[in-house]
Design a protein around this ligand. Structure first.
Ligand code: ATP
Ligand code: MG
Length: 735
């Protein structure tokens, strides 16, 4: 036994673990799989294992590859390991998401797949724009076959580790007139010309390199380098991630045992729609013979009622391994289940409950609203702004996705990488310089015929008389500007350079002189962008960060409630969790069920399980009888998952009169009578009619509708045809 190891037997961090967790930490030779339910301390065990490997002298930090689900989780893990080791700085980590790690590797070996090491990483928007160009050149109707949808199909292939050469030409089916595989091939070629890759490529290129016998030294080098591999959330790996990992882990007979440790929970596999294969976790033993399989059964996160409710819901899934979870926590409070009139009422209720928690001294950082669909966040955001509840949206419409930010980033990208055509196209005529679509088309046509980038086409064509003199001059000036800014990259501070670029290009001035209502906000955002760059040492590092981390960093320091999707909340925990929108069609999502039937439904149910198990002390589930989805009002009924909650662990507080004229046992006369009755507001109009929420009324201009809210003599009405409108009571009559 190593000296260092015998000393570490006494390490204090080991005392905070239960026996199976210790086993997961101390089994250092050979493969280990920890398969256990939510909140059982998988991530804690993995983090401690990392600390233990370092502490026991088994490996140095650059010799450990650790994969986390988000960049945020990677940061947390670093901090926690460092704390476990008494605050020691730990250097040279290979700790991050699959994408971040693969990007770092690919930068070192880019030449082996025909890229420069400063390649651009395209975001989904750029991907779609690029494919659109290719589709247009091939005369494919981009209205019928939207580039977005086509990219989604290509991404699925990439998730499965499939390159164009791995596909038969008919595998795209009808899509893009049966030409999708061909488009995929052209798309990959274009990416190379642009010195760019998309997220899927980061892994695919590395897999290609690893598998190429001519570059066997590359993989052999990583085998020597990485003594330990650690993976969190293993149930959500897709095939490409799995292949990449397996190549790194299987060192062959001479390489010693595969010291790979994966932790996961089959009940929390929620990324099937993005190609995740829960089967990866189930075949671990086969891939890594002799693996130690460790199960954890004690949940340390949630109170008894919360855990029981989550277990009750997930038990309805047939396709699962099944496990027992227990907690030694108290039962705590029952889950609150609340039915409300509409989304606005729901947001109001959540806001009130959060304020009450605040009055009781709860910390906003420990409160989260977890939604099923992105559009749900807006209503909560608006309500929270009204109430003055600080909040942050994680993963939503994000700062870096705002138009002006994307434009500014495009300038910086072209400076960093001249052949970044998509970025150049984006800003070539922003602000307006008289370079219209026709010019861009001419440039592209020339570039395509020569197989060169937009930037190079400009360089060539500005030396001929192909273009109108005015256009030629403007393009020449623009290229000179870029050349000058580029020459300053090394000598000037990157934040100063960014400011200078925004000024000299006229981009900042364009918004400063704009009369648009949102122009001042955009100017502020641009300033914020430049200020935020301080955090990075160079332009290159900043752009890399943007490409990889699209998380909203706004207000990260202040105390704030979190609003995010259920998908994004994996692995996190909060004292109080609000789970709104539990309605059929919204959650479970109709689209998922239509596309994937029973397995889609089971994935939705796992999402419900993930949601409930994020809560430590309080969980609030709500549903609305009327929901506006994508601009239309919909009569909603409670989610089947609401019915699946074990009655002994929930307290129902639904409003009455929610489902007038429609049957639902959640209405006043149903199986589960409401515990608390909401007081109905009423109003009398000039004709002496009494109105209440839920009444059916008719309006001369808008037709028939249902009253959803009453504010003095103003009524908010969901009209059957015209959507939601606010009208005076004197203009409507009861139907
Ligand atoms: P998820 O499945 O949601 O990712 P998990 O299994 O990774 O959950 P952790 O996040 O590691 O669980 O742990 C859940 C909570 O329980 C954390 O607050 C953690 O600090 C605590 N915890 C884990 N193990 C122990 C333990 N042995 N003693 C006390 N608390 C623990
Ligand atoms: Mg975890």
């Amino acid at each position: 036994m190593h000296m260092a190891e015998s000393l570490s037997q006494e390490a204090p961090y080991l005392r905070d673990l239960n026996p199976p967790q210790r086993e997961a930490v101390e089994t250092l030779d050979g493969p280990v799989l920890v398969l256990a339910g939510a909140g059982t301390g998988k991530t804690r065990a993995l983090t401690t294992r990392l600390a233990h490997i370092l502490q026991s002298g088994r490996a140095f930090s650059p010799q450990i590859l650790a994969v986390t689900f988000t960049n945020k989780a990677a940061q947390e893990m670093k901090e926690r390991v460092s704390a476990l080791l008494g605050g020691a700085p730990v250097e040279g980590w290979w700790l991050g998401t699959f994408h971040a790690l693969a990007a770092r590797m690919l930068r070192r070996h880019a030449d082996l797949v025909g890229l420069d090491s400063n390649f651009t990483i395209l975001d989904p928007d750029d991907q779609a724009r690029l494919l659109k160009q290719i589709m247009e050149a091939a005369n494919i109707d981009t209205k019928k076959w939207t580039p977005k949808a086509m990219i989604a199909m290509i991404d699925r292939w990439k998730d499965k580790g499939l390159l164009p050469t791995d596909l038969n030409s008919d595998e795209g089916g009808e899509a893009a007139n049966g030409q999708l595989v061909g488009l995929y091939r052209l798309y990959q070629q274009r990416l190379k010309t642009l010195n760019a890759c998309d997220f899927g490529d980061l892994l695919l290129h590395m897999i290609t390199i690893f598998k190429n016998p001519a570059h066997a030294d590359v993989l052999a080098d990583y085998h020597r380098r990485f003594k330990y591999l650690l993976v969190d959330e293993y149930q959500d790996t897709n095939v490409a991630q799995y292949l990449w990992l397996r190549l790194l882990a299987q060192r062959g007979p001479e390489g010693g045992p595969s010291n790979i440790c994966c932790v996961g929970d089959d009940d929390q596999s929620i990324y099937g729609w993005r190609g995740a294969e829960v089967g990866n976790i189930l075949k671990f033993e086969k891939d890594f013979p002799g693996a130690a399989i460790i199960r954890l059964e004690q949940n340390y996160r949630s109170t008894g009622h919360i855990l029981a409710a989550a277990n009750g819901v997930i038990a309805k899934n047939e396709d699962r391994l099944g496990k027992n979870l227990f907690t030694s926590e108290e039962d705590g409070e029952k889950l609150i289940v609340r039915g409300l009139w509409d989304g606005e009422a729901e947001a109001r209720w959540v806001g009130e409950e959060i304020e009450q928690l605040q009055h009781k001294g709860w910390n906003l950082n420990q409160i989260a609203v977890l939604v099923r669909a992105g559009f749900q966040t807006r209503e909560f955001e608006e309500r929270f702004i009204q109430l003055g509840i600080h909040y942050r949206v994680i993963g939503g419409p994000r700062f870096y996705e705002r138009m002006e930010i994307r434009d500014a980033l495009a300038y910086l990208r072209v400076i960093a990488q001249p052949s970044d055509d998509l970025a150049l196209e984006r800003i070539i005529n922003v602000p307006k310089r008289g370079l219209g679509d026709a010019t861009v088309q001419t440039l592209y046509a020339y570039g395509r015929s020569k197989g060169i980038s937009l930037h190079e086409s400009i360089r060539d064509l500005t030396q001929t008389d192909e273009l109108r003199p005015k256009v030629k001059e403007t393009l020449g000036r623009l290229m000179d500007d870029f050349a000058r800014w580029r020459s300053l990259l090394d000598s000037m501070k990157h934040t100063d350079l960014a400011g200078q670029v925004l000024d000299e290009s006229g981009y900042m001035a364009m918004w400063q002189s704009s009369k648009d209502v949102d122009a001042p906000g955009r100017v502020e955002n641009l300033k914020e962008l430049v200020a935020g760059m301080e955090e990075f040492v160079s332009m290159a590092e900043f752009l890399e960060h943007i490409a990889l981390v699209m998380e909203n960093r706004d207000g990260n320091e202040a105390e704030a409630a979190t609003i995010m999707t259920l998908h994004g909340a994996k692995g996190l925990e909060f004292d109080a969790v609000f789970l709104p929108g539990w309605e059929e069609g919204l959650f479970p999502s109709q689209r998922t069920m239509d596309e994937n039937g029973l397995s889609g439904l089971e994935e939705e149910r796992r999402l419900a399980y993930v949601g409930i198990t994020r809560a430590r002390k309080r969980a609030y589930i709500s549903f609305a009888a009327n929901r506006r989805m994508y601009g239309n009002w919909i009569n909603a009924i409670p989610s089947r998952f609401v019915d699946e909650l074990p009655p002994g662990h929930v307290e129902v507080q639904s409003d009455t009169g929610l489902y007038q004229g429609r049957s639902s046992h959640w209405d006043s006369s149903g199986v589960r009578p409401p515990v608390r009755m909401a007081t109905e507001r009423k109003v009398i109009n000039a004709a002496g009619e009494v109105f209440a929420r839920g009444d059916r009324v008719s309006h001369d201009k808008f037709g028939e509708g249902t009253i959803i809210n009453i504010d003095g003599h103003k009524l908010d009405i969901a009209f059957d045809r015209g959507g939601k409108k606010r009208v005076m009571d004197s203009f409507v009559e009861k139907c």
